[in-house]
Design a protein around this ligand. Structure first.
Ligand code: GLU
Length: 287
């Protein structure tokens, strides 16, 4: 199998040390395997993506010594591919429109009279199923409404998501991983696959694009380990291959907190401005 991996940042802020580690590790792994390292710009959230951040991503990564084939795939150019995947899932009776706001979900999920404890999944509070219809909605897929995946039906159709982990999940998970379907129902639930004003979602786009780019190995942070069960489920439903996953440790600040985009103090651009070299950055992240 030829080794193809990718680094897939969202241009919504400066790249920091955590991004540098992820990108350099993926690049190193591709080089060691005589494979390919791809860059993909995940800019589906057009309210937050900025061309200036995208330009800085290219600049920072080149400065770190990374290279990748052009042209770079941009998710904002790929809406028809996401639409086609959604249409397919709709025709399989696995999607339904949902008009709940975030606040509706918070309220419904914490309503004491229902005796439901508020559960937090990888995308926030687990959806309590307010809009889930008893039978699949008939007719054409609505274009303007957010769409959710009926998780119970999807798991019944696809079976248990399974994948190979060559890194480690946050609980030390490694090797042959079988996802816990019950936990997916209660802890993840009916995820949104098409968001309002986006026509897609992170989970759907990443799955469609990893397949379109023939990504054989996904190298990314442990914070996305839990989302992998959703990704493998979607791959099964859409007849797409499942790559090998390599989840890596997260770079934390001195208090042990994971770095976020707003941690400008650890922005690569700042280290550059202060005269650090790419080797210094490698040292800082332990590569
Ligand atoms: N775009 C995602 C992020 O910036 C990464 C997605 C992935 O590696 O699967 O966190």
């Amino acid at each position: 199998m030829t080794f193809t991996t990718r680094f897939a940042p969202s241009p919504t802020g400066p790249l920091h040390l955590g991004h540098a580690y992820s990108a350099m590790l993926a690049h190193d792994m591709a080089r060691a395997a005589k494979g390919t390292f791809l860059l993909r710009i995940e800019d589906i959230d057009q309210t937050r993506a900025r061309p200036g951040w995208e330009a800085q991503i290219y600049d920072d990564l080149r400065w770190l010594g990374l290279n990748w084939p052009e042209p770079v795939m941009r998710q904002s150019d790929r809406l028809p591919a996401y639409r086609a995947a959604l249409e397919r899932l709709w025709d399989m009776d696995l999607l339904y429109p949902c008009t709940c706001s975030r606040r509706d979900i918070e309220i419904a999920a914490s309503a004491p009279q229902e005796g439901v404890e508020r559960v937090l999944g990888p995308d926030g509070p687990v959806y309590p199923g307010t809009c889930r219809p008893a039978a699949p909605p008939p007719g054409a897929m609505p274009r303007a409404l957010p769409l959710r995946l009926d998780m119970a039906r999807a798991l019944a159709m696809a079976g248990t998501p399974e994948f190979t982990e060559t890194g480690q999940g946050p609980g030390g998970q490694s090797g042959a991983i079988s996802s816990d379907c019950k936990a997916m129902l209660t802890g993840i639930g009916d995820v949104v696959l098409s968001r309002r004003n986006m026509g897609t979602s992170y989970h759907l786009s990443v799955v469609v694009d990893d397949a379109a780019q023939s990504v054989s190995h996904v190298v990314r942070g442990q914070d996305l380990f839990e989302a992998t069960a959703i990704h493998v489920l979607l791959q099964r439903l859409l007849d797409l291959p499942t790559p090998v996953y390599h989840h890596h440790r997260l770079i934390r600040d001195e208090t042990g907190k994971r770095l976020a985009k707003r941690d400008d103090a650890r922005a690569i651009a700042l280290f550059r401005a202060e005269g650090a070299s790419p080797m210094d950055i490698r040292g800082l992240v332990g590569l």
